[in-house]
Design a protein around this ligand. Structure first.
Ligand code: PLP
Length: 462
């Protein structure tokens, strides 16, 4: 395709872009039959909470990009920071230099992080943050003279990234069907998903059963072979799965008893999605050994992630018998000054009111989404902070109905798109995680569109 995007007139631009994408652009998660032919919605611009497609239709950005554009699109203040930082110091090598912005950000993150998590290793996003945490666990155990303590425990429904080790933990439907995973290194526990409407006693019983499952696994496999337990505080891409009451505290306690490092994957939940900079302690009452983060740290304006690491772990390494040991790990864009400058601005904005805003909007957001429960195909609504999932079911268990169920999220999404809302479809689920700048009126509008989209889906099925 010789023609350049810029030369196309507005009317033809969207179609031409889709044709060009089919020939040249490979998108994430393509099915084999769709590689090079799966058109995605073509966006030309966005402002605040709205995105605009090639035909000029404006839609509410229900998923905030990919749980990341938390402060909205076209944020003048953040854009200025990007520009100014590029003009001041656009890059410096983390191997032998460091920037004021990286140092200041490390200080501010340490002040927000729970317990003694006072060091940060910056990466380029969430997968590289998780990969870094796991490689650090390996290094830590090598230095402590226990190279066999490396296996990783994770849960059904988990999503931790797309690099080899992080992806080896992924355990949602189809994650491992056609992709290699380091299966010898990873052990899976059950998805911590309470049944719809489970009462407090049922939640406690489920927590006890899941904790026992972890204890049994440790007894069977041996604590000496297990280096880390990795858990999202809320399983995001698994469908906003909120573990039963007390579950994360129990798992934390079991890890401490067996010297297994607890890695809290806060790639989605950190930086305000649950109303706090980090959610592990503020919301769930746990102090992990490491916290991974990305996405919201730069509100989607620059690729940045990182791992908060406990002082206690670093001290054990410093005190080891191997002063020559090297954590041979680093990325060209580790501690990127533009990413760090943007993150400092994002922290300013969160501290100045956006964290409080999320906490204030949470009850209304939950109540409005829960109002969808009266619809016959809505099986469950899960919501915490400003993230929610509407799970759909036909109520029938024959093969044809189950096949329809697999695509129900997508069906609702397509109807909602026509009505002016983007949702994130996940098999039979619709995930909503709007930018924090949303207000009461837009929440009402979003839920009204979702209702219409679900009703249109019900009509399709009749
Ligand atoms: N961890 C969690 C919990 C995630 O949800 C994701 C991405 O959605 C990742 C890690 C991977 O992050 P990234 O896509 O920035 O590599």
């Amino acid at each position: 395709m010789r023609q350049q995007l810029a030369e196309w007139d507005q009317a033809g631009r969207e179609q031409a872009a889709i044709r060009a994408a089919e020939q040249h652009l490979m998108q994430p998660w393509p099915a084999a039959e769709d590689i090079g032919a799966e058109a995605r919605m073509y966006l030309e611009q966005a402002e605040g909470i709205m995105v605009e497609d090639g035909a000029g239709n404006r839609l509410i950005d229900g998923p905030a990009g990919m749980w990341c554009v938390n402060l909205g699109h076209r944020h003048e203040g953040i854009a200025r920071v990007l520009y100014n930082q590029a003009m001041e110091l656009s890059y410096c090598s983390p191997w032998y230099t460091m920037s004021k912005q990286a140092v200041e950000l490390s200080q501010r993150l340490a002040a927000h992080a729970p317990g003694d998590l006072n060091h940060v290793f910056f990466t380029t996003g969430g997968s590289s943050a998780v990969e870094t945490a796991l490689r650090f666990m390996q290094f830590y155990n090598n230095v402590l003279g226990r190279p066999e303590k490396k296996r990783i425990v994770t849960r059904g429904g988990a999503y931790h990234g797309s690099t080899y080790l992080s992806a080896s933990m992924n355990a949602r439907p189809r994650d491992g069907d056609w992709m290699d995973q380091a299966r010898d290194l990873v052990l899976h526990l059950s998805e911590p998903k309470p049944a719809p409407g489970l009462d407090a006693a049922g939640q406690r019983a489920l927590t006890a059963r899941l904790a026992q499952e972890f204890r049994d696994l440790i007894a069977r496999e041996g604590a000496a072979s297990i280096g880390a337990f990795v858990a999202e505080p809320v399983q995001a891409s698994g469908g906003v799965v909120i573990a039963p009451e007390g579950y994360l505290r129990e798992m934390r306690q079991i890890c401490a008893e067996h010297d297994i490092l607890y890695i809290s994957d806060e790639v989605v939940t950190a930086f305000g999605r649950l109303g706090h900079v980090f959610a592990s302690e503020a919301v769930f009452g746990i102090q992990p050994d490491m916290i991974t983060f990305a996405k919201g740290v730069t509100a989607g304006y620059f690729p940045l992630g990182g791992v908060m690491i406990s002082e206690r772990l670093l001290e054990r390494i410093r005190q080891s018998n191997h002063p020559e040991a090297c954590f041979a790990h680093g990325l060209t864009y580790t501690s990127h000054p533009i990413g760090c400058a943007v993150a400092l601005k994002v922290l300013d904005l969160l501290e100045a009111g956006d964290l409080e805003r999320v906490r204030r909007l949470e009850p209304l957001f939950r109540a409005r989404l829960e109002s969808l429960r009266d619809l016959p195909i809505v099986k469950e609504v899960r919501s915490i902070g400003l993230m929610a999932c509407v799970e759909l079911a036909t109520g029938k268990s024959d093969a044809a109905s189950l096949a329809i169920e697999q695509k129900m999220g997508k069906r609702v999404d397509l109807h909602c798109q026509k009505l002016g809302l983007l949702v994130r479809p996940l098999i039979n689920m619709c995930v909503i995680s709007p930018p924090f700048i949303i207000d009461e009126a837009v929440i009402e509008r979003m839920v009204a569109i979702l209702r219409e989209g679900i009703l249109a889906t019900i009509a399709d099925l009749q």
